[in-house]
Design a protein around this ligand. Structure first.
Ligand SMILES: Nc1ncnc2c1ncn2[C@@H]1O[C@H](COP(=O)(O)OP(=O)(O)OP(=O)(O)O)[C@@H](O)[C@H]1O
Length: 331
């Protein structure tokens, strides 16, 4: 099957900044693919190369088999982009904005009216169709960007932080709409700083840092790479930790903290039963057990810190206390 996106050795230099440093990335047709990375990782540069807004310095990238430079018309027609920044013509009603967009892609007069209305209905702002962009609320503006991206009925929908700064309700609404489009066969490329968003929506995620791909995996695979903590409350805790690491597969480290035994393990849920039976064999009675799982956010920080020597990343919390990716600054 033709890949939706196929990038090899992609390089972009802006004067002395190497924004993309030999990026290899492929996205399958029909996939819901997440692109994660701290500020400045090169995500927007990559997207801008795909849609022809930025010229690559080197390497190759194809969209549904078409070269982004040699076959730019075909590529442009197959992509719908909802960008991070609001770049909408402010002098027309939003219905006209959508019709102009469809017209630009060669859609007939009658058809573009139908598509504009359908897109506005889908994102829930049809009643605002005669309003100018400037008069929409912030959330409605985000909805409009999505409507404009889908009015050309693209095979590849690119969403550059589509839910940045929106409230939880709207975020859930947008997720629902995007998921439906994906179910109907649209390939989705999503960049986000919200880990929860990536976990919930994406089939696979690529983590980028400093213009390169750090890893590609399903969110579940990434979670498995994390180290979980299992805490067991014991009736008669021993003074020193029992040496049971070798007896239980996946168990990495055992320590004693007062009446509690604290174990570090890969995939804590799988290790816990073996840990309990090893303790029982030694005559230790467990009173309570708790497993705290590593979050995708912690794994992300570990992966990107590893790349840069651990001196730039940190974690922030979002406006509504959702986990956000390291390195994000306020927008
Ligand atoms: N037009 C430009 N001229 C010069 N440097 C640029 C330009 N656009 C981007 N850069 C630089 O390229 C690097 C990658 O930026 P890019 O916007 O692609 O990152 P990003 O991963 O999208 O970040 P964010 O999460 O903040 O959106 C950064 O160092 C940035 O400063």
């Amino acid at each position: 099957m033709t890949l939706a996106i196929d990038a090899t050795g992609l390089v972009k230099e802006y004067d002395d900044v190497r924004a993309l440093d030999g990026l290899d990335l492929s996205v399958e047709s029909g996939e819901f693919f997440g692109l994660l990375g701290p500020n400045g990782a090169g995500k927007t540069t990559f997207i801008n190369i795909l849609v022809g807004l930025v010229r690559k310095t080197g390497g190759e990238v194809r969209v549904f088999g078409d070269d982004v430079e040699d076959d730019y018309r075909a590529v442009r027609d197959s992509i719908g982009l909802a960008p991070q920044e609001f770049n909408v013509d402010r002098f027309f009603s939003i219905r006209e904005v959508l019709m102009h967009k469809a017209g630009y892609h060669g859609v007939s007069d009658e058809e573009r009216k139908r598509r504009a209305d359908e897109a506005l209905e889908l994102v829930g702002i049809y009643d605002k169709r005669n309003t100018r962009f400037d008069w929409l609320s912030g959330g409605m503006k985000r909805r409009l960007l999505l409507a404009r991206a889908i009015v050309t009925e693209p095979d590849l929908l690119i969403l550059d932080e589509p839910t940045a700064g929106v409230d939880v309700q709207l975020r859930h609404d947008l997720w629902g709409i995007i998921n439906r489009l994906n179910d109907e066969g649209t390939t989705i490329l999503l960049t986000t700083h919200y880990i929860e968003e990536a976990e919930r929506l994406c089939d696979r995620v690529a983590i980028m840092d400093s213009g390169r791909k750090v890893t590609v995996a399903t969110p579940e695979e990434l979670m498995e790479r994390g180290t979980d903590t299992i805490t067991v409350e014991l009736r008669d805790p021993p003074a020193t930790a029992p040496a049971i690491e070798r007896e239980v597969e996946g168990l990495e480290e055992v320590t004693i903290d007062g009446s509690r035994l604290v174990a570090r393990a890969n995939a804590g849920g799988r290790v816990a039963p073996g840990l309990l039976s090893a303790l029982e064999k030694r005559g230790h009675e467990a009173l309570d057990l708790e497993i705290s799982r590593t979050s995708l956010e912690e794994i992300f920080v570990e992966l990107t810190e590893g790349q840069r020597g651990g001196n730039q990343s940190g974690t922030d919390e979002g406006p509504d206390d959702e986990a956000r990716i390291a390195g994000e600054t306020s927008r």
